[in-house]
Each structure stands twice: as structure tokens, then as C-alpha cells.
Design a protein around this ligand. Structure first.
Ligand SMILES: *Cc1c(COP(=O)(O)O)cnc(C)c1O
Length: 83
């Protein structure tokens, strides 16, 4: 989870790239950006370019926070088309 909720931790894009580079190609790295809405103005959408440039990285988002749809449990995922 990046940013971590409720810890408030944040992993930099370079650290995400290092993690991805160390994974076997058959392992999918899921970047949970559900809480990014509170930090996007500071960090941007950190890691989205790692999704774009790798076949085994996805990013999940949620409509729960900023859109007040937590009761619906609706989200979306940015991922390579194959996934
Ligand atoms: C709120 C939150 C979620 C939950 O998303 P839902 O769509 O409500 O299930 C997931 N990950 C993080 C980091 C969150 O802050």
C-alpha cells in the first residue's frame, strides 16, 4: 500500500523499481494506491510509470475515499492488457 494507510509510509518510485527488478517475472507486483488521493498533490501518482513499463506490475485504486463510495466497494485497476 502506497501511501500506507493508516501508517502514512511512502515508498519512492526508485524503491518500487528496485523491488520490481528483484521479482521473478511470473510474480505480479500489486501497487495498492487506494490512499494516494491524500498525497497525489505531493508525490504525484507514484509508481504508475512502473506499471506502464513492466508486464508484471498493476496498480489498484478506489472510489471509496475522494468519491465517498465506500459502501459500494468500487475500485479500478491500471494494468497491462494481458493481465
Ligand atoms: C481505503 C483503502 C482501501 C480500500 O478500498 P475499498 O475500495 O474501500 O475496498 C484499499 N487500500 C488502501 C491503501 C486504502 O486506503
Amino acid at each position: 500500500a502506497n501511501p500506507g494507510n493508516p501508517t502514512g509510509t511512502y515508498v519512492s518510485v526508485s524503491e518500487i523499481r528496485r523491488l520490481q527488478a528483484g521479482l521473478p517475472k511470473h510474480v505480479v507486483l500489486v501497487l495498492d494506491a487506494g490512499f494516494i488521493i491524500v498525497a497525489a498533490h505531493i508525490f504525484g501518482i507514484g509508481g504508475i510509470e512502473v506499471v506502464s513499463s513492466n508486464a508484471n506490475v498493476v496498480m489498484t485504486r478506489t472510489f471509496s475515499k475522494a468519491y465517498g463510495l465506500e459502501a459500494l466497494r468500487v475500485g479500478w485497476m491500471y494494468a497491462p492488457a494481458e493481465i
